[in-house]
Write a protein that binds this ligand. Structure first.
Ligand code: ACO
Length: 190
């Protein structure tokens, strides 16, 4: 399957909203709006927006949101840009999305990595990673919306399945998102 990123087409932000930082422009996004689910956007509370990660999300609190997951590190803007630029060069494989609140702060995030296989006739598998909802915003369906939006990207890019690893306590959450238990995770730390 030769998935190619498509150019940006849809304007997203109303012009007159007040933002604590400038809203993300198309040129700073990791990937195109074509892969953003309109159904998930429509299901968000008023003033909240779903979009691709933008390089200005360093200032909008993306790393603080990720800190609910694990240790993130003390990134300089240069550290952030090094990783962001890599992801942008590989934006047919890495899809990181965020939900921003009416003040343009990141409140939820997640990634799907699309792996190229030989099996299943050069099949594609989506790996969901790093799902995080700000500690003050949990329990408001933002986690569910992030997963729905990542499943949309997985389906649109041609994945035959989407998988993830999680702790036992998060199994009920992923079941509510439509996942079923399969296999076991193994890990080796260097
Ligand atoms: N146990 C049981 N049910 C749960 C749990 C849980 N731990 N978490 C959510 N749910 C249920 C909710 O009650 C809701 O059910 P309902 O539809 O019947 O009302 C449904 O799942 C959807 O919940 P959301 O409101 O969307 O959950 P939230 O926005 O809080 O996001 C998440 C869930 C991502 C686990 C969030 O709490 C979080 O960021 N936790 C800390 C970081 C983390 O553990 N991330 C996941 C790591 S695994 C990975 O990244 C692949």
């Amino acid at each position: 399957i030769n998935y190619q990123p498509i150019s940006h087409k849809i304007a997203f932000y109303p012009l007159k909203i007040k933002h604590s930082t400038m809203p993300a422009s198309h040129s700073e996004l990791l990937f195109s709006y074509d892969l953003i689910s309109p159904e998930v956007q429509a299901a968000l509370p008023q003033g909240y927006h779903l979009r691709a990660l933008a390089h200005g999300d360093y200032e909008r609190g993306f790393l603080k949101t990720l800190a609910v997951l694990t240790e993130v590190g003390n990134h300089s803007k240069a550290d952030w840009m090094e990783r962001f630029d890599y992801l942008k060069k590989h934006n047919h494989e890495y899809f990181t999305i965020v939900i921003v609140d009416p003040q343009d702060r990141v409140v939820a995030a997640g990634t799907i990595f699309v792996e190229r296989k030989f099996v299943h006739l050069n099949g594609l598998v989506g790996h969901i990673e790093d799902i995080a909802v700000d500690g003050n915003q949990q329990g408001k369906k933002f986690g569910l919306r992030i997963i729905q939006a990542l499943k949309f990207i997985g389906a649109k890019t041609g994945c035959y399945k989407v998988i993830l690893d999680c702790s036992q306590k998060n199994i009920p959450f992923y079941e509510k998102c439509g996942f079923t238990h399969k296999e076991y995770e193994m890990a080796w730390y260097v």
